[in-house]
Design a protein around this ligand. Structure first.
Ligand code: AMP
Length: 211
């Protein structure tokens, strides 16, 4: 199954992507995580991306399309994949179509802005390995430290309040129209993200027929 996850930042796409990937034995590909890995490595792309990410803006379509088209050629994607954070614009969705990549399911997680803002405030990330946590919904077993590599957990720079507002504006202007795009293709399914984590997960598993 070729699947994409839609929804505002903080709607829980990353968490559901990991759970679905494990359940379906297909990889989850997060463009945000790929960019943050490039930032940690200090590559040219990472430096350019950091400036945009910290301002709540999107990285250019060309760069992102190049990155994802290379990644999807890899062996582990041949039986399906879950895209978390791509496409984020109509141009990116059209590029997937242009590459001949058929999307079987676009799963959209929707929640009011107040819920999104609260969620983003509780999100934590490991600066060393990139593992993600949430103080309420997905705490580390190791408190304020990563339970995978022991580094002290941090709030993402782009999860700070002033950047969150910009990211939501960008989401509504550039990414929200993707729901209509995939709705017209008949592959859109919507789940309320304003529910307890286990309920959202159960509904997501039911949509993919994996419960
Ligand atoms: P995420 O982890 O998905 O919230 O992504 C973090 C940031 O990375 C976003 O706010 C964007 O600046 C950038 N980014 C991730 N994926 C994309 C994409 N498909 N197109 C443009 N920018 C992206």
């Amino acid at each position: 199954m070729n699947m994409i996850l839609l929804g505002a930042p903080g709607a829980g796409k990353g968490t559901q992507a990991e759970l679905l990937a494990e359940k379906l034995s297909i990889p989850t590909i997060s463009t945000g995580a790929m960019l943050r890995a490039a930032i940690r490595k200090g590559t040219e792309l990472g430096k350019k991306a950091k400036e945009l990410i910290d301002r709540g803006q999107l990285v250019s379509d060309d760069v992102m399309i190049g990155m994802i088209s290379e990644r999807l050629k890899e062996e582990d994607c041949q039986n399906g994949f879950i895209l978390d954070g791509f496409p984020r614009t109509i141009a990116q969705a059209e590029a997937l179509d242009g590459l001949g990549i058929k999307i079987d399911l676009a799963l959209s997680f929707d929640a009011p802005d107040e819920v999104i803002i609260k969620r983003l405030g509780g999100r934590r990330e490991c600066p060393k390995c990139g593992a993600t946590f949430h103080v309420d919904n997905k705490p580390s077993a190791n408190g304020d430290f990563c339970d995978k590599c022991n580094a002290e957990l941090k709030t993402r720079d782009d999860d700070k309040e002033e950047t969150i507002k910009k990211r939501l504006q960008v989401y509504y202007a550039q990414s929200a129209p993707l729901k209509e795009y995939y709705g017209e293709k008949g592959v859109l399914k919507e789940i309320s993200a304003d529910q307890p984590l286990d309920v959202i997960t159960a509904q997501a598993f039911a949509v993919v027929g994996a419960n």
